[in-house]
Design a protein around this ligand. Structure first.
Ligand SMILES: Cc1cc2nc3c(=O)[nH]c(=O)nc-3n(C[C@H](O)[C@H](O)[C@H](O)COP(=O)(O)OP(=O)(O)OC[C@H]3O[C@@H](n4cnc5c(N)ncnc54)[C@H](O)[C@@H]3O)c2cc1C
Length: 289
């Protein structure tokens, strides 16, 4: 069985960053991702200043900033409805020149992950395997043993590593396998998000924003998040039941109702998500937070 210093499960921001940091220190690592690529969903909207400092150190900052939203978009807007008036405008432009050589970056997570991956590919100590799922793991005093399934040909392999980094996200397979519980506030809210491509420029091109919320009674709870401020948007609404699945038809209806354009042409991709504020318990013997 091949032995490697570190296996990392997941090519989200955490896994890719961990792999880059280790590779730069000369520590060989293997990154495993069950999907065929990094995320195709835009997910998070921004990269904070500390992360940008690391990206700068890794030589990735310029590439990342190529797709950054303009500084004028660094604000939350409240409108009564898409075609209505601005009711509230909270800007979050930060003046950090004296504290940091860089600043936060408004960028969707799918692009951020692509840039992190491109940066990682310039490192020689890392291997990334997509379409590969970690299906089992165990450990003894010396090693972590991980069983992997190639999702293209269903073949299984076992590898052993000195360390394993569980960068496998909120529903972490590794966390569950180690019986590490979550604690904190279990549920902050339940939303469904619709990632779509549509042209909103007739109504929104004169008011750049990152998040737009609504105050009209029938629009309350709906939010638009700008992905590229051109064609890519995330529409979100509060739902009562976390298990509610929005059909494609209902997703299109949500977008059209929010914009109040019954014939708007839209391509949609749907992704439900739940807002939690819990975190892994810190005192578990197998867990280094
Ligand atoms: C729709 C949506 C909108 C969001 N919006 C925001 C936002 O506006 N702001 C914000 O701060 N955050 C937002 N988030 C949350 C943000 O995306 C996450 O906090 C972030 O992705 C966490 O990064 P991570 O690297 O820890 O995990 P993830 O990005 O979840 O990456 C984990 C990776 O591990 C892989 N994986 C899991 N299990 C296995 C396995 N057994 N074998 C191999 N691979 C595995 C997964 O496929 C995934 O690629 C949003 C999330 C979603 C889903």
């Amino acid at each position: 069985m091949p032995t490697i210093p570190v296996i990392i499960i997941g090519t989200g921001p955490v896994g890719l960053s961990a792999s880059t940091a280790l590779s730069r220190q000369g520590i060989c690592n293997v990154v495993i991702e069950k999907h065929p690529s990094t995320s195709i969903h835009p997910k998070a909207r921004g990269v904070n200043v500390r992360t940008m400092e690391l990206c700068r150190l890794w030589g990735a900052e310029q590439q990342i900033r190529r797709s950054e939203l303009p500084i004028t978009a660094r604000r939350f807007l409240w409108m009564n409805h898409v075609k209505g008036e601005i009711q509230g405008d909270v800007s979050f432009v930060t003046e950090q020149e004296e504290l940091s050589p860089t600043e936060p970056c408004l960028l969707s997570q799918d692009i951020f992950e692509q840039e992190l991956l491109a940066c990682l590919k310039t490192q020689k100590n890392s291997q990334v395997h997509f379409d590969t799922r970690a299906i089992n793991l165990s450990q003894d005093d010396q090693f972590v043993y991980c069983e992997l399934e190639n999702l293209i040909d269903q073949t299984r392999t076992k590898i052993q590593a000195q360390y394993l980094i569980a960068a496998d996200g909120a529903n972490s397979f590794v966390r569950k396998k180690l019986n590490i519980n979550m604690d904190g506030i279990p549920l902050l809210g339940t939303h469904v998000s619709v990632y779509c491509e549509t042209d909103l420029s007739p109504w929104l091109s004169d008011k750049p924003f990152v998040v737009m919320a609504f105050t009209d009674k029938e629009q309350v709870g709906r939010v638009i998040m700008a992905v590229d401020l051109k064609h890519r948007w995330i529409f979100s609404k509060r739902i009562a039941d976390a298990n509610e699945i929005l059909t494609k038809k209902a997703s299109i209806q949500l977008v059209r109702a929010t914009v109040d354009e019954p014939d708007l042409i839209i391509s949609v991709y749907c992704h439900p998500f739940v807002l939690n504020k819990d975190k892994c318990e810190n005192n578990h013997p197998d867990h280094t937070p």
